[in-house]
Design a protein around this ligand. Sequence first.
Ligand code: ADP
Ligand code: MG
Length: 139
Amino acid sequence: MSEITLSIIKPDAVRNGYTGKILAQIQAADLKIVGLRMLQLSRKEAEGFYAVHKERPFYQELVEFMISGPVVVSALEGEKAIERYRKLMGATDPAKADEGTLRKLFAESLQNNAVHGSDAPETSRVEVAYFFSSVDLVS
Ligand code: ADP
Ligand code: MG
């Protein structure tokens, strides 16, 4: 069954000029880009997006990082898109990410780890809707 997942190219990767390379890898992995925006997150938006991590010690620094520059958000569609994009991203900690994954190739650190991807159908629905209304997505 086809799914839609949310990708964010984080401020480190945008700053380092990796936007094009990451989008190319997404397309090469047969994930279809059905929505695409570049934007600057406000503090409120970043806090809301990462609200599940509110109690974690890294939360405030993560929010600071996420608002430190523009991000590129996209909605990606395909069979098992959520799981397949997580696999393309690699482990949260780039030091533990497999060779060839986006985080291994492009991340700076555990926090500045280049990309975000939804982790489950329930979260992907909320996350895609956080940035795209249904009329913004191509079919
Ligand atoms: P993922 O992005 O792989 O789903 P999490 O949901 O656990 O990982 O964490 C969200 C984001 O918070 C990570 O992508 C990373 O930017 C940051 N993060 C996670 N764990 C840490 C940590 N121990 N120290 C600093 N930042 C972290
Ligand atoms: Mg997560």
